[in-house]
Design a binder for this molecule. Structure first.
Ligand code: ADP
Ligand code: MG
Ligand code: MG
Length: 253
């Protein structure tokens, strides 16, 4: 059964319609890529799935492991296994990255009926996972978001994902602004974390990431709809022809 089902979803922000009938279904073990011009609604879709309060769903539904999630708070969604790369809305001086990660991980573990980890046990777990993203442990003692470079934030996102073991992970432009080495590290981290039980949605503009991580499906979004779905060769076509090429597609549903 699908982990995530978005059915004919319409959503607005401040009465402005942004999503205009999005349908997507992600099964365990599948990797989906969503591509599309700036402003077409990709981040909106991911934020709505995560439960961002600013958006209003006007039609349609989102089901996670078979249940409508509309009444769940963002924290409940995260704990039940919906992961959206943390957005770092504000810098939080004084809270170390390690402590921040521990709180989030323990909230998830509680949901999974796993025991809470104290600082020492958690450090052991983190050190195991740090290797995935080739991060130095000094990184853990820094304050949240203070002085993290773009690349460090993205690696931290993958580290968070490794710790939380989500059922569905949405990575919104995790690859943007990365140099080639960092991109490879992030890609290999994602690959190591992906497994038969987890669904992954990669939102990206770049073929580079999809060279490293072959998606099962590629969706093209335009003006709040998915106008075309294909396999990984669709991304190559897009790379070749640009989004203009997709303008003529009639919504296929
Ligand atoms: P993408 O991630 O595909 O670039 P977004 O989901 O960020 O697109 O944005 C989709 C559309 O919603 C854009 O036209 C954007 O201007 C609009 N939008 C996003 N957030 C707001 C907001 N807070 N208020 C008004 N319009 C917004
Ligand atoms: Mg697969
Ligand atoms: Mg976006």
């Amino acid at each position: 059964d699908p982990i995530l089902e978005v059915n004919n979803l319409f959503a607005s922000i401040e009465n402005l319609p942004i999503l205009k009938g999005v349908t997507i279904s992600v099964n365990p073990g599948e990797i989906h890529a969503i591509m599309g011009r700036n402003g077409c609604g990709k981040s909106t879709l991911s934020k709505i799935i995560a439960g961002h309060p600013s958006y209003k769903i006007t039609k349609g539904e989102i089901k996670f492991t078979g249940n409508d999630i509309q009444s769940l708070e963002p924290e409940e969604r995260a704990q039940s296994g919906i992961f959206l790369g943390f957005q770092y809305p504000i810098e939080i001086p004084g809270v170390s990255n390690l402590e921040f990660l521990r709180v989030a991980t323990n909230a998830r573990r509680k949901f999974l009926n796993k025991e809470e980890l104290d600082t020492f046990d958690f450090e052991d777990l983190v050190k195991e996972k740090l290797d995935l993203v080739k991060m130095d442990s000094a990184f853990l003692s820094r304050s949240i978001n203070q002085g993290f470079s773009g690349g460090e934030k993205k690696r931290n996102e993958i580290l968070q994902m490794a710790l939380l073991e989500p059922k569905i992970a949405i990575l919104d432009e995790t690859d943007s602004g990365l140099d080639i080495d960092a991109l490879r590290i992030v890609a290999s981290g994602i690959k190591k974390i992906s497994n038969e039980e987890t669904g992954i949605i990669l939102i990206t503009h770049y073929q580079r990431l999809l060279d490293e991580i072959q998606p099962d499906y590629v969706h093209v979004m335009s003006d709040g709809q998915i106008i075309k779905t294909g396999e990984s060769d669709l991304a190559l076509e897009l790379e070749k022809h640009g989004y203009e090429w997709t303008d003529n597609f009639i919504k296929e549903q």
